[in-house]
Ligand binder design. Structure first.
Ligand SMILES: *[C@@H]1O[C@H](CO)[C@@H](O)[C@H](O)[C@H]1NC(C)=O
Ligand SMILES: *[C@@H]1O[C@H](CO)[C@@H](O)[C@H](O)[C@H]1NC(C)=O
Ligand SMILES: *[C@@H]1O[C@H](CO)[C@@H](O)[C@H](O)[C@H]1NC(C)=O
Ligand SMILES: *[C@@H]1O[C@H](CO)[C@@H](O)[C@H](O)[C@H]1NC(C)=O
Ligand SMILES: *[C@@H]1O[C@H](CO)[C@@H](O)[C@H](O)[C@H]1NC(C)=O
Ligand SMILES: *[C@@H]1O[C@H](CO)[C@@H](O)[C@H](O)[C@H]1NC(C)=O
Length: 517
């Protein structure tokens, strides 16, 4: 026993020594710096320590779920614990196939002269050629198993950029939905990527189709709608731009910035794809039902198709004027130009997720409102920031939107949803009404937005949404919807976020729906 006492004793003595040394250092430092600076320094040190502990605790609490993936394609190890949450038959979407050196070839629909192996690095004109073929052929896969499209089928359109790691999980969630076998799943791409094509070609649970936005940055690397050397730099002054004689000198946005191709592409793509689906695809020519629009980082609940049908039936009785059905609601944070703002928002969001861990079951953090409303829906005016996720509408509604093409295409905002808000507020005879679920059936798993890509893939969030959905299964598939009326707000006239001042963008946008030639 004695040696323990000795140890304790010596420890205490050592601690005392250290404390005395520290005190001496602090006192001498304070003498030199003055008492004010000294106090401030101490407070700073305290704060830093406090935050470090906080962040450290946060890391620990998230540890079970946090498996940072280093692979950009988001593939998991065959024994990754994430896979326990996913049925065996769907593992193929998440893990790499056994033979790693498969032929890298351009997979084309049907049989054609281009069907043989093509080199993996395609140049822009080759990609354009492939895209044209896809778009001309309009091949529907798995139609032989699942039969033709009916009016009571469902068409889902997913806008895909480059983020395959999210798309894998989106597909896994779709595969588990009840009624998915009656769906036509259309992937709309603005980036041609063999790996993504391969992933989509593996889908065997419903009919699929791929369409390609033909005016992408990828296929126009040095010319509009991509960035050309004659374009004005974003931050140049208008007077300098005119002196420089760059091509869009006369058309900065309302905040004085010039166009950035990557920001405008998403709005163009959104606009093109809806028109393509409703007006140009042969398979939809007799289809009069709703089309549900999702993105490549949306995760759906098992009953989302059932809920959409239930909403459709309910709306026809209680709200025939509701033209948009919305499966989700969340507070979207916009990708404003300011990076700093974004970082602050990220911190806030993280804290909310952390807070939610303390109060399970947690449909209560920001992206997941309370699930006590599992059978409730609300009628309200359509608000872009709340109702832009998991939106469904039919051809009649699309025709109303296209009739407002001038409003949509000339509104100085690079966000499609704010532009649609402008259509609703400033062009339609009655603004859009929506029926929206209070407990969402669509979740946003790509928290970082399109512009960050690989750097912030958050596996923890995906695991959380999966676990959450597993824990609320008994609330899914409610027999009927309880509908209430949301608060009526005054029309807000917004200025728009800019980024859409270039007349070339306005013209392209109008051309995409054949409003000018
Ligand atoms: C997972 O599999 C890899 C090989 O595929 C192996 O090296 C590793 O030890 C496995 N990890 C666990 C926890 O089983
Ligand atoms: C492509 O396939 C169709 C039927 O599957 C066939 O009729 C046609 O001859 C084929 N074309 C070529 C070029 O092989
Ligand atoms: C693209 O590649 C094809 C053949 O591989 C070639 O004929 C063509 O000139 C290339 N185009 C450009 C713009 O490099
Ligand atoms: C769908 O309904 C519309 C109008 O009700 C009808 O014209 C069309 O033929 C139907 N299409 C199919 C595939 O049943
Ligand atoms: C649409 O309906 C017309 C007339 O009934 C029919 O001729 C056509 O084949 C149908 N199209 C599709 C894609 O089913
Ligand atoms: C499309 O939706 C609107 C609004 O919900 C509805 O009034 C209209 O009848 C629908 N159109 C068709 C063809 O079903």
């Amino acid at each position: 026993m004695s040696h323990i006492v000795v140890t304790k004793e010596s420890c205490r003595r050592m601690a005392k020594d250290v404390a005395r040394a520290l005190r001496q250092k602090v006192v001498s430092l304070c003498r030199r710096l003055g008492i004010g600076v000294c106090l401030r320094t101490l407070v700073l040190i305290f704060c830093l320590t406090f935050f470090w502990v906080q962040m450290h605790m946060f890391d620990v609490s998230d540890n079970d779920a946090l498996q940072i993936l280093t692979k950009p394609d988001g593939l998991l190890d065959a024994n990754d614990s994430m896979l326990q949450l996913v049925p065996q038959r769907l593992h193929k979407f998440l893990v790499s196939p056994p033979q790693r050196d498969r032929l890298h070839q351009a997979i084309l629909p049907g049989n054609s002269s281009l069907d043989h192996s093509v080199p993996i690095s395609l140049n822009a004109s080759e990609i354009r050629q492939l895209i044209d073929q896809y778009n001309v052929r309009q091949t529907v896969f798995n139609e032989e198993f699942y039969g033709p499209l009916q009016n009571d089928s469902l068409v889902i359109v997913i806008q895909v950029h480059t983020r395959i790691m999210y798309l894998r999980h989106t597909i896994v969630s779709l595969a588990q939905a009840q009624g998915i076998e009656n769906v036509l799943l259309i992937f709309s791409h603005d980036h041609y990527d063999e790996q993504i094509n391969e992933l989509i070609r593996m889908i065997d649970f419903c009919k699929t189709m791929q369409i390609f936005y033909p005016y992408s940055i990828q296929t126009h690397p040095n010319t509009f709608p991509g960035e050309s050397p004659e374009d004005c730099p974003r931050d140049i002054l208008k007077s300098d731009a005119i002196k420089r004689n760059c091509v869009n000198a006369m058309h900065p946005d309302q905040y004085g910035h010039y166009r950035e191709a990557k920001f405008t592409q998403t709005k163009h793509h959104w606009w093109w794809k809806a028109n393509r689906v409703f007006k140009e695809l042969d398979i939809l020519s007799n289809y009069s039902g709703p089309v549900l629009f999702l993105e490549d980082d949306h995760f759906v609940a098992e009953d989302f198709i059932y809920m959409l049908k239930l909403m459709e039936r309910t709306a026809s009785v209680v709200c025939p004027q509701c033209s948009i059905l919305s499966l989700g609601t969340y507070l979207k944070t916009y990708n404003f130009y300011g990076e700093a703002k974004k970082d602050i928002l990220k911190v806030i969001r993280r804290q909310q997720i952390f807070a939610a861990e303390l109060t399970p079951p947690s449909w209560s953090f920001k992206i997941v409102p309370s699930f006590t409303h599992y059978n409730k829906a609300e009628i309200s005016q359509w608000i872009s920031s709340k109702h832009n996720m998991g939106m469904a509408y039919n051809r009649t509604v699309w025709e109303q939107i296209v009739n407002c093409a001038d409003t949509f295409c000339n509104y100085d905002d690079y966000n499609w949803d704010w532009s649609l808000q402008s259509v609703s507020n400033n062009c339609l005879s009655h603004e859009f009404k929506t029926l929206v679920l209070k407990a969402p059936r669509v979740f946003h798993i790509g928290e970082c937005g399109v512009h960050h890509k690989k750097s912030c893939f958050d596996m923890a969030l995906i695991v959380k949404v999966q676990k959450l959905l597993n824990s609320v299964t008994k609330y899914l598939f409610p027999k009927k919807l309880e509908v209430s009326y949301g608060p009526v707000k005054k029309k807000v006239l917004r200025k728009g976020n800019g980024g859409w001042g270039d007349v070339r963008d306005h013209k392209l946008c109008l051309r995409l729906v054949n409003r000018i030639t």
